[in-house]
Design a protein around this ligand. Sequence first.
Ligand SMILES: C[S@@+](CC[C@H](N)C(=O)[O-])C[C@H]1O[C@@H](n2cnc3c(N)ncnc32)[C@H](O)[C@@H]1O
Length: 313
Amino acid sequence: MSPFPTTGSAAAEPDTAERIRDVNTRYHDGAAAQYDAKWGIDWGEVGADQVRQKLEKLLGTPLPHFDAALEIGAGTGYFSLHMLKAGIVGAATATDISPGMIDALRGNAERLGLQVETAVADAERLPFDDASFDLVLGHAVLHHIPDLEQAFREFHRVLRPGGVILFAGEPSRTGDKIAIVPKKAADYAAPLWRRVIRARPAQHGHDDGGAENHALESQVDVHAFVPTELRAPIAAAGFETVDVQGEELAANWFGWFNRGMESSARDEDVPWGWKMYAFKGYLFFQKLDRRLLEGRLPASIFYNLMVTARKAG
Ligand SMILES: C[S@@+](CC[C@H](N)C(=O)[O-])C[C@H]1O[C@@H](n2cnc3c(N)ncnc32)[C@H](O)[C@@H]1O
């Protein structure tokens, strides 16, 4: 579901694993049509900058060029399409367990005039030959995958020797706990805030595929990580030089507080001025995090974790 996930940590039992994959498919199918609007996914310069900055944090500057990239859990294409557009990857293959997300991604690619290969695929069973790609990447997807070690073995198999994996937007367990504070504060402040902006209360599930889909939302996330737990399945799958970093702290406090209040109101009642303040404010705090906090504080206290590693060769 969200790039801002929540719970769990232990590997799921086999029957639960099947159920988790099923719930993820159904939830994301239902959420696909409204996904970009719900999460403010930007297809212009702002989105392009955000993707580039995340890549630079992990890979340094200037960014390397990748001939063939494979994205896991690509959703509506946020990472792959921006990377294609910027020329960072030559050819992109985007996969997702949800056919609805893949349809939405194809629509976005068409609107942007970009060529992308797509496949509906579970991260743990990739329909590609060995050594097919030089980059395997994902954003906000690892926390949905029941058997991470099996998934990383697959990523290792489809990578060429010397190939790189790169994952960002994964929830850290401590960051997740800390985020309870702004979420609770938003719950308390929401009724007053709605009165001030004269907004009606939200209808549950309105913006993510209906009430039934809303009920699935709490079941799609299976991990929140501490850095060592994220490292372990990657190293076990045979990768070298695993590097885990943390990103976004103040930005998430700000984002969760505003998002919590916003989601309590009907979208059409939230003034444009408020939406701009929330969006611009989030970008401001992201910059602040980048300049002052990231790289200075331990990775585990940030809200999101990002990781890169290399296949030997
Ligand atoms: C939070 S969304 C992120 C989408 C996109 N990467 C982004 O950042 O906007 C998580 C995505 O992972 C997909 N997903 C969930 N479980 C998966 C699995 N086992 N294999 C592949 N994709 C999966 C979902 O369908 C969904 O599109």
